[in-house]
Write a protein that binds this ligand. Sequence first.
Ligand code: K7E
Ligand code: CUA
Length: 670
Amino acid sequence: MSLTRRSKYLASAGAVLLAATYLYACAPRQKVSGIGNLGDAASRTYVAPGSYDEFYFFTSGGFSGQVGVYGLPSGRLLKVLPVFSQNAENGYGYNSETKALLNTSYGNIPWDDTHHPSLSMTNGEHDGRWLFINANNTPRFARIDLAKFETTETLEIPNTAGNHGAPFATENTEYLVAATRFSIPLPQKDESFGDFATKFKGTISLVKANEFGKMDVAFQILMPGFDYDLGRPGKGPSHGWVFFTSYNTEQAYTKLEVNASKNDKDYMAAVNWKQGEKCVAEGKAKTWPTKYYHNVLDDATHTATSEVKTSVKMLLPEDCPGMVYFLPTPKSPHGVDVDPTGEYIVGGGKLATVIPVHSFSKIQKAIADKNFEKDVYGIPVVNYAASMFCEVANPGLGPLHNEFDEKGNVYTSVFISSEIVKWSLPGCKVLDRVPTYYSIGHLSVMGGDTRKPYGKYVVAMNKISKDRFLPTGPELTQSAQLFDISGDKMKLLLDFPTIGEPHYAQGILASKIKDNQVKFFKLADNNHPYVAKTEQATGLTRSGKTVHIKMTAIRSHFAPDNIDGVQVGDTVLFHVTNLEQDWDVPHGFAAIGSFSDAELLIMPGQTRTLTWIPNSPGVFPFYCTDFCSALHQEMQGYVRVAAVGSTVALSATTSKRSLKALEQATGSAR
Ligand code: K7E
Ligand code: CUA
């Protein structure tokens, strides 16, 4: 960039960030690794064959719409969980049973952008029941059941655009909180951009989540038209409150990098949701007509169904005094994080030269004393000096996010200067800093958002991996870096590649999850409308142009495996039940030319459906895709397809000769 062009860039604060990003993040840098003793680092992350990792680590997939499950400290990838995505690996989002989980008022949306995994909480600690995650683009929440590692419930969030500051769980998972990133006309209608400041609004949502199948918007709060970015519920003394950062309090609607970077301070919203609950109970909320989807995967039918909701309770701050306050916070803050004691609320001012720390008790006092500097859209703005506990000096360039350990230390990710800065609370002094490779976004301490962090490790999730891994064409892998934080100095232990774009991630002790696993689904409890619990219960039915085939799979054959009487243009639905009742014995199912679905991967005791529409006469094979036994290659069959109008009746046969005995003879059990 030329000097004149650069000085133009430097004309605004937003551009300073941009220019600094070029100068720091993209400059070639030397490979200072921060590793004191490589051999020691290797042994600290080595998990011997047959041993387990100490932590599960759940990373958001960002634009992959998925969740990555890693073991730490090894950094081994254990699973990729589809959430707001279709997954060819197991048919999620393709097959008839799971498709409804992607239903929204905009239609069936098989993609989204996931940012913040949030583990369910009991008494402010991860309890290992569920993982929640947000969809940014078409606003939604998902529940992932950690006994099954499966997405089991999704909820659309109405009156929202850019569901970014979400879904952080309160101390007992009473609520997941959410805030709108984009303010929009509410209710949505055709408005001119020039009316942004008067007609565009934001919302904050409190979503009930503590019971499977009952996720719902408890109430929403109508907010001034800013961009709300991130949120964190209080803990301990601040339980009952939630804090959201905002940027663009300038209310710009074009060229935000400049126009939304003018104010020296933006606002952090401090929301007393218990007060909100009270106002709702007193009937102060308005009922707003809207439309949003709630989708639940039923345990017994293994099938998701959708329900359409038609209204929400909307609270206006002026109708519920004491519910919302603004805390001035420098400057275009991104992250907000609450320390384990619940007293300190730490902002991440991405254009600020300090890390601002608000004190919950000082906020309470300022409110009691009415120590306000002004009102903004009727919302009292607490005096900056009155809520501020400290400003941490020398935090690096572009502080974003904070996590906490068990010893009163805070770890701040600093994007532009690519580092983790460790500092103390309540001391507010920088204690250590370590470079990351490169451009760190979120970071995650094991249990680092809870009342009782485990500490031990912090993981940096970096936006750029540059020269750290073998190149893979124009797009290089995303990367995470594991640091030891048990001593005074942070120490780099491991680089590992990550899938999608991991924004945030959470680590939980493996012992809280690993012994609660569902090993298979009980066949006796399977209530799928097309289940076949025995081979005798299989069969074919035709209704018009639709053919239902109830089929079973067991090592190593399908029943039936010869199907006759299908015609060109029929919609053939293979409902395949896996009869196995043992851990880790899925069967797969694929049929040649199936163009609307991926394969099925059917867990033991489960039924899954593949849709198949033959477009020419012939005899077409299907087979099991998962190498399930020595005779897995024999696990196959044929469908015979006749021309339209053929008089061949539907029929099915299964080879009489069971291969079970042969399998046992060859010792082929998986
Ligand atoms: Cu900082 Cu979406 Cu939490 Cu990305 S967000 S880094
Ligand atoms: Cu069943 Cu391979």
